[in-house]
Design a protein around this ligand. Sequence first.
Ligand code: NAD
Ligand code: TDX
Length: 338
Amino acid sequence: MGKKILVTGGAGFIGGNFVHYMLGKYPQYDIYNLDLLTYAGDLIKHKHVEEKDNYQFIKADIADRKEIISLFEKEQFDYVVHFAAESHVDRSITDPGVFINTNVVGTQVLLDAAKSVQVTKFVHVSTDEVYGELDFDPSTFFTEETPLQPNSPYSASKASSDLLVRAYHETYGLPVNITRCSNNYGPYHFPEKLIPLTISRVLKEQKVPVYGDGQNIRDWLHVEDHCAAIDLVLHEGVNGEVYNVGGHNEKTNLEVVKAIINTLGKSETLIEFVTDRLGHDKRYAIDPTKIEKLGWRPTYTFESGIAQTIEWYLDHQDWWEQILSGEYQKYFDTHSTL
Ligand code: NAD
Ligand code: TDX
């Protein structure tokens, strides 16, 4: 049956991939992509779908209460899948304010709007960073019961939004789910994040900044596997539940950077160790048992996923070159310690 789905942040990395995934899988659904088009959003990635009858773009700020409430009243969405956020930890360290406005206030506005039209489901896309950090003991993982102990302004803003989502379920009975995912990578990943930054810089034989000693661990998940998990939670998730999403692909940052350099046949002398990130979380690792019981399995290993991703960046140089030539380059030049 046809459904109206509002995807917030659908011009960004994961939301953009999710829009493509849903249009491909559910031609009977109407997809509304709402995005403010900050530095992190672009519509070039949607050129091939913008003519579709069941796709519509809406430029708006999720924190603009008046506009968001009247949009929901007009469109009466069935589902909301909420990706829109300020997402980069380093930016939250230099300028936390916008993270509170978008990630906390914006989420609360959307919750009010969703409540006012009684949506069938509100999926809030969160992050494993709300759990804080793990030590290097490989037998420890984040579960849905791990206490929230966010360490950066970014993760604190996401944890705050998670608590609001929970409260709207407990207080008003809003049918919600929260997903907490590990580090994503894949097509259309903005080149300020480790993997696309490394690929784009190595291709240009530029130095790659590795924070601290490069031994921090992240648990990498291909974005298509993340999209499939969100689709499953949207349709099968038990209201009020949290689902962690990750595929047991733990790597040190140095291992990731070296894998990319070696695949591209370049020299490891491109690696430059730079000043560590403030409050740099040591390790993230997800226990995905709960979402596996719901029926989810990742299809990519880190090795197959990174090979596919490198291929994609080689084939789509025009997309990332355009981004690197804009406002982002000014940000990198001002903030990098290279
Ligand atoms: P992104 O930064 O690539 O995209 C964010 C999008 O939100 C952009 O298109 C931007 O224009 C839009 N946006 C920002 N502020 C807005 C506002 N006020 N109103 C409307 N739109 C606004 O982020 P991403 O990496 O695709 O992450 C998407 C979501 O997934 C975020 O909520 C993030 O916290 C979460 N997440 C990301 C990862 C990851 O590894 N990238 C992992 C786990 C969870
Ligand atoms: O230049 C760099 N050098 C470096 O060593 C950058 C940009 C990062 N790093 C390190 C820091 C992290 O340990 O690489 C690791 C990954 O960094 P990011 O790509 O910035 O991701 P991270 O901070 O782990 O957060 C990501 O995953 C969780 C997303 O950006 C978040 O939105 C998501 O919630």
